[in-house]
Write a protein that binds this ligand. Structure first.
Ligand SMILES: Nc1ncnc2c1ncn2[C@@H]1O[C@H](COP(=O)(O)OP(=O)(O)OP(=O)(O)O)[C@@H](O)[C@H]1O
Ligand SMILES: [Mg+2]
Length: 191
């Protein structure tokens, strides 16, 4: 049976699309047939597909706006906000930035996703430990998933690559380990 993973948050600009792309790249390079479903009218995943085409990069996954059958794993990139249903997803990845206002909204989002019966994977996003406010909020993510603020992620987007298939860029190994950890959390509790 196919696995469906949502990436969603009540907040905009927290890295949902980045995470959806990186997860799609990771699972695809691991050998799964991956479909990236773009639910956002901004079409950021589709734009990534165009960037890749222009850079002569063959994407290891298929970005689309419609549900297409025949894939092992579907990653669903949602626009900001809370929907009434994320069916057929049973897992949701929920990124947040580490500032007080974002974290409050994030917690409201977590309650909503839990009420819908989804398995929730919170992710601390764009983390900078040189900032005290972030260090304090990071305590809520002990043993959780943390993605640091890395120019590499945006650089990869501009090249039509994900860190799983990029080569020879600075800090690549560190970014790959972060995404690996995220993928393990998604793999963690079944479908
Ligand atoms: N860990 C990170 N390090 C550096 N830059 C990042 C990181 N995560 C996201 N970004 C950058 O932050 C910006 C917003 O990310 P992204 O578009 O993925 O957010 P989003 O939640 O999908 O936004 P929207 O709500 O508009 O859909 C992008 O320019 C992205 O490249
Ligand atoms: Mg987005």
């Amino acid at each position: 049976m196919a696995r469906h993973v949502a990436v969603a948050s009540p907040k905009g600009g927290v890295g949902k699309t980045l995470i959806a792309l990186q997860l799609a790249g990771h699972f695809a390079v691991r050998g799964e047939r991956v479909c990236l479903v773009d639910h956002d009218p901004q079409g950021s995943c589709l734009i990534f597909g165009k960037v890749a085409t222009n850079a002569n990069v063959e994407l290891p996954f298929v970005p689309t706006t419609a549900m297409v059958s025949g894939f092992d794993t579907y990653i669903h990139d949602y626009p900001p906000g809370l929907a009434d249903t994320y069916a057929p997803c049973r897992i949701v990845v929920v990124p947040t930035l580490l500032d007080a206002a974002s974290y409050l909204v994030h917690k409201r989002g977590l309650r909503h996703f839990q009420d819908l019966g989804l398995r929730v994977i919170p992710v601390a996003q764009r983390v900078r430990t040189d900032r005290k406010e972030q260090r304090d909020l990071l305590k809520h993510f002990q043993d959780g998933v943390v993605l640091r603020d890395r120019a590499l992620y945006a650089n990869c987007y501009g090249k039509g690559l994900t860190v799983a298939s990029a080569r020879g860029l600075p800090h690549l190994g560190l970014a790959q380990s972060e995404i690996e950890r995220l993928a393990q959390a998604v793999d963690g509790g079944g479908k």
